[in-house]
Ligand binder design. Structure first.
Ligand code: 5GP
Length: 123
């Protein structure tokens, strides 16, 4: 799938739209979800142009994958949801139609601050 440079997160990365930033480094940006589903609901995105997790995993340079993964670890600590200082979290990434992905720039949802419940609706 071709990356759409007009997507909302691309605009946030270019500074064309605001975000409530919680973390930033050379390869990653994290900000509060505009419609939070839990007391902690943060989105973490790579700065590179990747549509989905599989796009990122297949096509990002090794260093970018490593840096992004380490950024997630720093972020969960800063949010206080990691297992050393907090009570845990759920990381979700949606892809495409069946994954019900709204924004076509790879992002991880970090959800916590309460028990997040079952992984998926069994219905
Ligand atoms: P997806 O369904 O693509 O996994 O999730 C996209 C998420 O982005 C949704 O949870 C939605 O609330 C969030 N979102 C959509 N537009 C914006 C925005 O302009 N700013 C922020 N911070 N979050 C957004």
């Amino acid at each position: 799938m071709t990356y759409d440079t007009g997507n909302i997160f691309a605009k946030i990365l270019r500074g064309e739209l605001p975000c409530n930033k919680v973390y930033e480094d050379d390869c990653a940006l994290a900000f509060h979800d505009i419609r939070p589903q839990a007391p902690v609901h943060v989105l973490v995105i790579p700065k590179g142009a990747y549509v989905s997790y599989d796009d990122f995993a297949a096509n990002a340079p090794d260093a970018e994958i490593l840096d992004f993964t380490r950024a997630v670890a720093r972020l969960t600590r800063e949010l206080g949801v990691d297992l050393d200082s907090g009570h845990g979290y759920r990381a979700i990434t949606n892809a495409g139609e069946h994954g019900v992905q709204e924004v076509p720039h790879f992002h991880l949802h970090i959800l916590g601050g309460r028990n997040i419940g079952r992984m998926i609706d069994p219905a």
